[in-house]
Write a protein that binds this ligand. Sequence first.
Ligand code: F0G
Length: 473
Amino acid sequence: MPMKYRARSRRSWAEPFKIKMVEPLEMTTREQRESAIDEAGYNTFLLKSDEVYIDLLTDSGTNAMSDRQWAGMMSGDEAYAGSRNFYRLEQTVRDYYGFKHLIPTHQGRGAEHILSQLLITPGTVVPGNMYFTTTRAHQELAGGTFIDIICDQAHDPAGDHPFKGNVDQEKLKKVIEEYGADRIPYMCLHTTVNMAGGQPVSMQNIRETTEMCHARGIPVYLDATRAVENAYFIKKREPGFEDKSLAEILKEICSYTDGCTMSGKKDCLVNIGGFLALNDDDLAERAKNLVVLYEGLHTYGGMAGRDMEAMAQGIEESVSYDHMHARIGQVEYLGELLSDNGIPIVTPVGGHGVFVDARAFLPHVPANQFPAQSLAAALYVDSGVRGMERGAVSAGRDPTTGENRIAKLELVRLTLPRRVYTQAHMDVTAESIVELHHKREKIHGLKFTYEPKLLRFFQARFEPVDSQRVLDD
Ligand code: F0G
């Protein structure tokens, strides 16, 4: 079915770059894809990248670097200790994020591991605006319990709340009253909120939330993975910020918090790397002691010198308005194509991807047959587009009861790598989803054939229920 293009006039967000090098892709047939998804146990994480045409699995580490970043790679100082690239990165993080101490890690979860080990003790609780898979896993590994205090609007896929990532102040207050500040080692503040669909948090909410925590002696650590994307939404949606630069907004967000964990593989426009940034001297000292144990010396923490150089350059590029306008503009473009054609998606469209409401898309597939997992597999079969399940499979089981966690949202995430795909790729993706929606009755549910204990979504395997295939002809 051909897509309908909008006739209304618009001023586009065209990319502020031109393409200097291309990476050719193999095109596959439907038959090849049917066999590939079967081999992969109907889990898009287990597909080989060569089998994928348009890879919207994640925006993590899949960014295209700029010529300046590649040039910076050549100036990598691969000294074991005291690499010059570390000092540039340290200064860049101070300049843009405003935190005093930089502890580099191989990626975001390395920083989460160290922060969790330093602050969490068994029996403590960590409130946060929705969980993220690796963040919560590290909190639990250290003996803590995560408590979700995100606003109720975040759990409603439809709706037009501009800051669905906001913390619900009442829920936070209740958690503090119930457990007492002594049992709360820190609050974990995500910007933007990945699992809610890349939804932002408002500056006002950040200010009020951090004030409430600090008044009771509870530090707040930011998950700054997509904080620049959050800054863009604040500029666009929150009164008083329209004339501020993304750099100013980012700095203000960070200024209310005590430090951050960072997966550099997103906002920072690189393929690998992360960091923990802290203001507290004593905590930073202890973090440096731990990073040596788990990641590498405190002046590289699992990154090569060249990776740190690329990240420093990427941070500078990430706060460019033109970059972010095109980046989020592309996400919104895909979102518009889908919603204009009646596809149920999470609204407003978030910062790093479009999240399809699989429960509404496949009403005939029951929750225990994993509608989002099924839809992601069917999409791959139809067009070679790879998305990711973010629903019951990702939510996993409760570690104490062993029961499946009830996922309020059952989504397929179409995540957009930065600076990688074109508008035509977005059109092809939308056309496939619209086509699938027309023949949704032909999509079958799935059941587990293998279920790993931790972070099961990465390696779980499935087979179609009552059918040989996940998508009939
Ligand atoms: N925090 C958030 C909000 C994330 O989205 C991620 C990773 C991490 C922490 C962990 O960072 O992967 O560098 O160790 N998200 C990826 C994703 C995996 O696909 O959303 P990491």
